[in-house]
Ligand binder design. Structure first.
Ligand code: SF4
Length: 400
C-alpha cells in the first residue's frame, strides 16, 4: 500500500521540490516505512530514498518530480530515461521498467499486475496509469495554470493549495507535458474498487471512486445503526477513522456521541508500523481514553476494522477500568478473513482473529458485551457495487 504523487510545472523556471515534499506528507497515511523521490531537471535525478517525507530536504531541484511513500522498498524505480512510482504490485518491476522505457503503451497492455503508477520520462512527459480494475486509486489535478499533479488521493493536491480535477478511469493512461494533457484508454474497465479505501485507507477529507470519504463513513455509521441498534448512553469512535461512523450511528438513533479518546503524540497506524515496538506503543499513543466520557455509561464503541484484536482488547480494558458499565463493539467493515494479494498489508489468515474464532468467542476474548461487523450487503449499499472484497470473502477479482 502506498501513496504516489507526480508534479510537473508547465514552465521550467519552477522548482517543484517543496510542493512534492508536502504532497507526500499529505499521503503518509497510506504508508511511510519507505519513501523516495525522483526529480527531472535536465536529466532524471534520483534524489533520495528511504527518508520519511517529512524529513525530505527542501533543496530538491527540478521542474518535475515524482514521489513514493509506502511500505515497499525500492520505489521509485529508475533508469537514465524513466522513473516510475507504483502503488500496488507489478509482476517484475525491473523487467517492467525496461519494457516501459521502450514503449509505455505496450508495457501497460501486457502487464498483469494490480497497480496505479506515475512515471516521469527524460523527454518531459509525466504519465499516470490506473489498471483496469481501479483497485488502486489515482487522480488528476493541478496548481492553477502552472502545474499538473497526479496523485493517489486528492488530498495530495489540496494540502499544497492545488485543485482536484477528476479521477483517472480504470484502464486509462493520462500523459502530461508542457504542451498538453492527453487521455487514452489502454484497457477496458473491469471495476473492482478496494473496499478498504472507503473503510479506513483513504483520508477522511479525500474522495474515492466518485464518493466523498467523509460522507461515505457517516453512511456506514447509519448502516450499522440499521443493522444493530443498541440501547446505550453514548457512542464513541476510535480516532480518527471511526469518528464519522460514530457520528452516523449517533444521529440515526439519537444517542449522544462523545469524544472518548485523546491522543498522545502523532498518530501511528499500528497495522502499518514498521516494527513491533511501534505497534505496541502505537496502540497506547493512539488511544488514551477520557474518563468523563464513559464513566457509569453503556458505551457503543465503533472501530474501522479488526485485525488481530489486540488494539481493541486493550481499548475495552481501559474503558472498563475507567468505569464503563457496558461496552458494545461495532466494526465499520465486514470481517477480515484473508490476505490481500494486491499490496495492502492485511496479515495472513492465521493472524486474523475473525478468520479463526466465532463471534461469541471474539467478544469473550476482547471483553466486550457484544460485537457486530458491518455486513457485506451493507458495505456495498453505502459504497459501491463494483467492489473488491477479497480479504473479506476470499473471492478475489479475476484480474491476474
Ligand atoms: S483484497 Fe481487500 S485490501 Fe486487497 S484490494 Fe481487495 S478489498 Fe482491498
Amino acid at each position: 500500500m502506498a501513496g504516489i504523487v507526480g508534479i510537473l510545472a508547465f514552465d521550467r523556471v519552477w522548482n517543484v521540490g517543496k510542493f512534492l515534499k508536502y504532497s507526500m506528507v499529505g499521503l503518509q497515511h497510506r504508508g511511510y516505512a519507505s519513501s523516495g523521490v525522483a526529480m527531472l531537471n535536465n536529466e532524471i535525478v534520483f534524489a533520495t530514498k528511504d527518508v520519511a517525507p517529512e524529513d525530505l530536504e527542501l533543496d530538491m531541484e527540478g521542474w518535475a518530480g515524482i514521489g513514493y511513500t509506502g511500505s515497499r522498498n525500492g520505489y521509485p524505480i529508475v533508469n537514465e530515461d524513466v522513473a516510475i512510482s507504483v502503488d500496488g504490485v507489478l509482476r517484475n518491476p525491473e523487467e517492467f521498467l525496461k519494457k516501459f522505457t521502450k514503449d509505455p503503451r505496450k508495457a501497460l497492455e501486457e502487464e498483469k499486475g494490480v497497480y496505479s503508477l506515475i512515471a516521469l520520462t527524460r523527454d518531459g512527459d509525466m504519465i499516470g496509469y490506473r489498471d483496469e480494475t481501479g483497485i488502486r486509486p489515482l487522480s488528476l489535478g493541478g496548481f492553477g495554470f502552472d502545474m499538473a499533479i497526479i496523485a493517489s488521493e486528492p488530498v495530495a493536491m489540496s494540502v499544497i493549495g492545488g485543485d482536484f480535477r477528476r479521477e483517472i478511469e480504470p484502464g486509462e493512461m493520462v500523459t502530461v507535458n508542457s504542451l498538453n494533457i492527453k487521455a487514452e484508454r489502454i484497457k477496458e474497465p473491469k471495476k473492482a474498487y478496494c473496499s478498504i479505501e472507503y473503510v479506513y485507507q483513504a483520508r477522511i477529507d479525500s474522495f474515492a471512486n466518485e464518493r466523498s470519504i467523509y460522507e461515505t463513513r457517516v453512511k456506514i455509521g447509519e448502516q450499522l445503526a440499521e443493522e444493530r441498534p443498541i440501547d446505550a448512553d453514548t457512542v464513541i469512535g476510535v480516532p480518527d477513522t471511526a469518528l464519522p461512523f460514530a457520528l452516523g450511528y449517533s444521529r440515526k438513533l439519537g444517542i449522544p456521541m462523545d469524544l472518548g479518546f485523546t491522543r498522545t503524540g502523532s498518530p501511528i497506524r499500528t497495522m502499518l508500523a514498521s516494527d513491533s515496538f511501534l505497534k505496541i506503543v502505537g496502540v497506547q499513543l493512539k488511544l488514551n481514553p477520557i474518563k468523563d466520557a464513559v464513566f457509569g455509561k453503556r458505551v457503543v464503541l465503533i472501530d474501522d476494522s479488526m485485525v488481530t484484536g489486540t488494539t481493541l482488547k486493550n481499548t475495552i480494558m481501559s474503558l472498563r477500568k475507567l468505569g464503563a458499565k457496558e461496552v458494545h463493539v461495532l466494526i465499520g467493515s465486514p470481517k477480515l478473513v484473508s490476505k490481500c494479494p494486491y499490496g495492502v498489508e492485511v496479515p495472513e489468515e492465521r493472524e486474523l482473529i475473525a478468520a479463526n474464532l466465532g463471534e461469541e468467542q471474539i467478544a469473550r476474548v476482547l471483553g466486550a458485551d457484544s460485537i457486530h461487523w458491518l455486513t457485506l450487503d451493507g458495505l456495498k449499499k453505502v459504497t459501491n457495487y463494483n467492489l473488491c472484497t477479497g480479504c473479506m470473502t476470499k473471492s478475489y477479482p479475476k484480474v491476474i
